[in-house]
Design a protein around this ligand. Structure first.
Ligand SMILES: Nc1ncnc2c1ncn2[C@@H]1O[C@H](COP(=O)(O)OP(=O)(O)OP(=O)(O)O)[C@@H](O)[C@H]1O
Ligand SMILES: [Mg+2]
Length: 232
């Protein structure tokens, strides 16, 4: 299967008198229909890698190909457009806008992209919230939702523009085990039932154990990749 994202010798070093190597020599592919977990001890570079994969930070070495296109030559605006059109993010803290309802939060990326008119965007946002079992919560602001509900709104928002790739950084880091299990179930379904590529940084064993591919990092490098897919 062709990769959605491919990193070749990808690295990021912070410049300075004493340069800091965040990640080094990363080779990986992220494929559709596959749930990838990125694991490793605190400080090993997981978030740094995710920011590179999500075009939120720029590599200082190597190549990053998104759907076969090299990303390094793109301007900041072009990278933002790729993020808006093709990527969805779910972080440990939901980053929902507090003054907007769940529905409005999910509609926002659609309005920004500008492909749907307001009625179409609303219908799509309602459908996405229903998919996340949030029917009836559309009008609530984030402070009126539980932690698990907020995180599911954040997933619905990540799906707003129908991204091929969903990236998560500790998406269950803030949740109790019950809510965490529901969020994991939703994320797995995005890969297995909807054919999206999902890659999550996690300390959560339940996620790491259910992942199709587990990328184990240590000291800014990939130490091991365990591929549990049939035929892998
Ligand atoms: N802006 C920065 N300046 C200096 N060092 C940094 C900076 N950002 C990250 N680091 C260092 O780079 C290393 C990797 O950080 P990163 O946040 O990627 O780790 P992580 O694996 O996500 O850790 P955690 O599991 O705790 O979230 C750490 O040692 C961190 O201290
Ligand atoms: Mg981190």
């Amino acid at each position: 299967m062709s990769a959605i994202l491919e990193a070749r010798g990808l690295g990021r070093t912070l410049p300075g008198e004493r340069p800091v190597v965040l990640v080094h020599d990363i080779d990986l592919t992220i494929e559709p229909g596959c749930f990838t977990a990125i694991v490793g001890p605190s400080g090993c570079g997981k978030s740094s890698l995710l920011y590179l994969l999500g075009l939120l930070d720029r590599p200082t070495a190597g190549e990053l190909l998104f759907e076969g296109h090299e990303m390094s030559g793109l301007s900041g605006d072009e990278r933002a457009q790729v993020r808006l059109e093709h990527l969805g993010f779910v972080f440990q803290f939901h980053f929902l806008l507090p003054e907007f309802s769940a529905l409005e939060n999910v509609m926002l990326p659609m309005r920004r992209l500008g492909r749907l008119d307001i009625d179409e965007a609303e219908a799509r946002a309602r459908a996405l919230l229903a998919e996340m079992a949030l029917d009836g919560k559309e009008g609530k602001t984030p402070d009126k939702l539980s932690g698990g509900e907020r995180q599911r709104v954040a997933i619905a928002r990540a799906l707003a523009n129908d991204p091929a790739l969903i990236l998560g950084d500790e998406p269950t880091g803030n949740l109790d085990s019950h809510n965490s299990a529901r969020v994991v179930e939703s994320l797995l379904s995005l890969a297995h039932d909807q054919g999206r590529a999902v890659a999550c940084v996690t300390h959560d064993l339940a996620i790491a154990e259910q992942a199709d591919v587990r990328i184990e990092m240590l000291d800014g490098r990939i130490e091991k990749i365990v591929d549990r897919r049939v035929g892998a």
